[in-house]
Structure formats: C-alpha cells, structure tokens
Design a protein around this ligand. Structure first.
Ligand SMILES: Cc1ncc(C[n+]2csc(CCOP(=O)(O)OP(=O)(O)O)c2C)c(N)n1
Ligand code: SF4
Length: 421
C-alpha cells in the first residue's frame, strides 16, 4: 500500500487539530512519493499518539516525553536518507522531555519533530502544559494560565535546529511539513491547534488566531545553515573489553564452595590493586570471581574496600552481606567493615596489629602488615590469608604479582619471607 494512512476515519474527537496534522503529514509524504515503509513514526503519549494504529509506516510508541530520545537513537544509528524519522509529540510531552528536543537540535540529528501544540494536556483532561499561553484557561488554571509558555521554536532554533517553523493548524499545512521532511538535519514544526473538548469549552468565544496573536508566539520560520549529524559521528568507540588481554587459566584449583572476602584499608594504600591481584590469581586458578570496589566520592581520602567472591561456579550476585574472610589493614578500613566483623559467627579476620577489633565470632589472625610499607600492607595481608586458608595458592599469588605492573613497587620477596617465616 502506498498511502500513509490506512484508515479514513481517525480516532480523535470531532474537530480535533490532531486530525489536520495527521492528514497533512500523510499528504506531504505522499507528495514526496515516499514509500510508507521508508518512514518511521515515533509517537509520544497523548491523544496524538493514538494515530499509530492508523499508519502504514513503521511505528514506535514511546514513553511520555521520551519519543524524541527514541527517534534520536534511531537517527544516530540509521542513515537518515534511507529512513525518514518523524516524531509526533504533544505540547505536554515536548515540555516534559524538553531536553531531548534541545539535544537532538544541538546535534542536528536527521529527523523531524512535529509538535501538536493544542496548548494543554488533551488525553488526561485538559491540564496546563509548559506551552500553555498566558491567560489560556485549562482545567488546572480556571482563571487562565498565570505564566507564559516556553517559546519552543526559539529554543530549538538557538539550540541549532536546521529548520524550525511555527504554523497555525488550519487549512493546508502539508507544504510546511514537506519542507521540514525534506530538510537534512533536525527540523521541528510546531503546529498550534485547539482541542475542542477542553480548549474550546474552557475558552468560549476565543478563536485560534486570536489566541495565537495574544500569546506572542506568532507563526514563523527559522533556519540554521549547518551540516547534519553524520552517521559516523554516532559510531561507538571499540569495545574496551576487547582490548583487555584475557587472563589465562593455568591450573584448576577452585575452593570447594564460594568464599566471600572483604578487603578493607585506606584510600591510596593500593587496596583495589591488591584485591585485583588476588582476583586475577583466582581466575588463573580456574575460579569464577567477582570484584566490587567502594570508596567515598572524594577520591584519595577515607576508606577503600574491595569485595571479592571466589567460587567454583558462576557468581550470580556479587554483593556480600556477612563475609567469610575479612582482611583489614588500617583504621579507615576497620571503621568501614566493623559492623560486618561484629556480625561474623565464623570465618577469619586478618588484621593489622595496630587495630582494635570489635567482638567477633571469627578467628582472628594478627600481624604487623604495615611493616611492609603502607602501600604494600594489603598485599602482605592477602599473602598471609592465602598461606593460612589455601583459598588460592601462595605460588599463584606470588607469580601474579611478579607479572603485574605492581611488581617493581612492592617488596614481594620480603613479603614471601615474612609469610613463610
Ligand atoms: C510519564 C508519564 N506521565 C504522565 C502520564 C499521563 N499522561 C498520559 S497522556 C498525558 C497528557 C498528554 O498531553 P500532550 O502531551 O499535550 O498530548 P495530547 O494528549 O494533548 O495529544 C499525560 C500527562 C503518562 N502516561 N506518563
Ligand atoms: S481530547 Fe482534545 S486532544 Fe484529545 S482527541 Fe479530543 S479534541 Fe483531540
């Protein structure tokens, strides 16, 4: 079928301005000889949006205010010359999702936004929107809207839209719509219309032209001569994960059951790096591993905690409530994991000798880990833990440190001696 509309009767109230927009959109596309399947109409929530069941084009029904973002995603991924992207949105949706319009205009994405501005929320019963003119009566402003509506065209134009136009929703508007559809880059057509069910009823005797004149939002046409967004600008950078070298499994010695380990110390003391070395060593040993880091927003001060789960099977949830093992090397780290240590009924806590631990059901192993230097204390404690628990072999941990970028910075041979001695 080459017609854009598949139904003769559209599902709006009698006299609704949305009817005129739909028919003129169809007429414009048909004049252009556009195949309906070369058009994607994204509709927003609202009365205008119920059109999609009447179209032979591709249709996508968006969320309220978000249809421009959906259209923008398509425009970034599709060659605009191959598919015409048209977003239908109301005055409600376009002010709820205003930023999406401004961003699409700023990038000059190849798409057209048709704003059905009936000056109120039609579908939900005639409430005031961000485009309701000052003095216009709605069900939520019975005395007339006390505020001035946004000048949407000015916003779109100054954001960089290739073409912006405001038209009165009466008579023939297919020419203005066609110009927008044929403009490369971002175009927006704001059609000012009236909703007979609420707008006309609440503003008796007011004619559309009079309302437009009083609002100061007069019809017009604004142009920016800009290159449209190029599809290659939307291409993603390569997958960063692909650039990472895979960790090779060199032997299989996973623990019999999942072990949860909390490693806690001070920011700047290499906690995440040390936990990462342990996690890497565990992967080399054929384990499934997750690592999650937490630290305060202000980087470099306070605690730094890593939560690591080492498991013989895939880890579905990476969070830890009460851990099996805690490794803690500083006062900041202890403050952050004190509650968990207290809650432990079993397991082991490896703590620096300087720390005053709370009462716990876990076994406690103490050593002067900080004697290896503050940036090596955590690694030292993890070596101790490996030696004592066997969760990962000391040899694998040792080899992983030697092959890491940490190697020249930590006294790994001294740590091995202290652990063995
Ligand atoms: C996120 C969200 N908020 C509110 C609603 C309720 N809602 C449905 S339609 C509508 C009003 C739509 O008004 P407008 O965008 O101007 O379109 P019109 O109905 O006038 O065509 C609202 C507020 C919703 N569906 N989703
Ligand atoms: S309520 Fe208003 S906007 Fe909705 S279909 Fe009826 S006339 Fe149109």
């Amino acid at each position: 079928m080459n017609t854009i509309l598949k139904k003769a009767v559209l599902p709006y109230c009698k006299g609704c301005g949305h009817d005129l927009v739909a028919r003129n959109t169809a007429a414009a596309l048909e004049q252009m000889g556009t195949d309906p399947l070369d058009v994607i109409v994204v509709t927003d929530i609202g009365c205008h949006g119920i059109i999609d069941g009447c179209l032979n084009t591709h249709t996508v029904h968006g969320l309220h205010g978000r249809s421009v973002a959906i259209g923008a995603g398509m425009a970034m991924g599709l060659d605009g010359q191959a598919k015409k992207i048209i977003v239908f949105i109301g005055d409600g949706g376009s002010t709820i999702g205003l930023q999406h319009i401004l961003e699409a205009a700023r990038l000059n994405l190849d798409m057209t936004v048709v704003v059905h501005n009936n000056m109120l929320y039609g579908m939900t019963g005639g409430q005031t929107s961000g485009l309701t003119p000052c003095g216009f009566r709605t069900t939520t402003s019975s005395e007339g809207n006390p505020w001035t509506g946004y000048d949407l065209c000015a916003l779109a134009h100054t954001s960089g839209a290739a073409l912006t136009s405001r038209v009165t929703g009466m008579g023939q508007i297919s020419g203005q719509l066609r110009e927008a559809f044929e403009t490369p880059g971002f175009s927006l057509v704001e059609v000012i219309e009236i909703c007979p069910s609420y707008g006309v009823r609440l503003n008796p005797g007011k004619k559309l032209r009079q309302i437009i004149e009083e609002s100061g939002r007069l019809p017009g046409r604004w142009v920016n001569n800009r290159e449209p967004f190029l599809i290659k600008q939307g291409e993603k950078t390569g997958n960063l994960l692909e650039e990472l070298e895979a960790i090779k499994v060199d032997h299989k010695s996973p623990p019999g059951k999942p072990v949860s380990i909390v490693v806690s110390g001070s920011a700047g003391e290499g906690i995440q790096l040390a936990a990462g070395i342990m996690a890497t060593a565990a992967v080399r040993s054929g384990c499934h591993v997750t690592q999650k880091g937490s630290y305060p927003v202000t980087v470099g001060v306070g605690f730094s905690t890593a939560e690591v789960i080492i498991s013989p099977r895939p880890v579905i949830f990476h969070g830890i409530d009460i851990p099996d093992v805690v490794v803690v090397t500083s006062g900041d780290g202890l403050a952050h994991c004190k509650r968990r240590i207290k809650a432990m009924k079993r397991g082991t806590v490896f703590a620096d000798t300087s720390l005053e631990l709370p009462e716990t059901g876990a076994a406690v192993v103490r050593q002067d880990f900080r004697s290896a230097g503050i940036r090596s204390a955590c690694l030292f404690a993890l070596f101790r833990m490996s030696a004592d628990t066997g969760i990962i072999s000391l040899g694998t941990l040792h080899r992983t440190v030697l092959e890491s970028r940490l190697s020249p910075k930590v006294p790994v041979d001294k740590i091995m001696e202290m652990v063995k001695g």
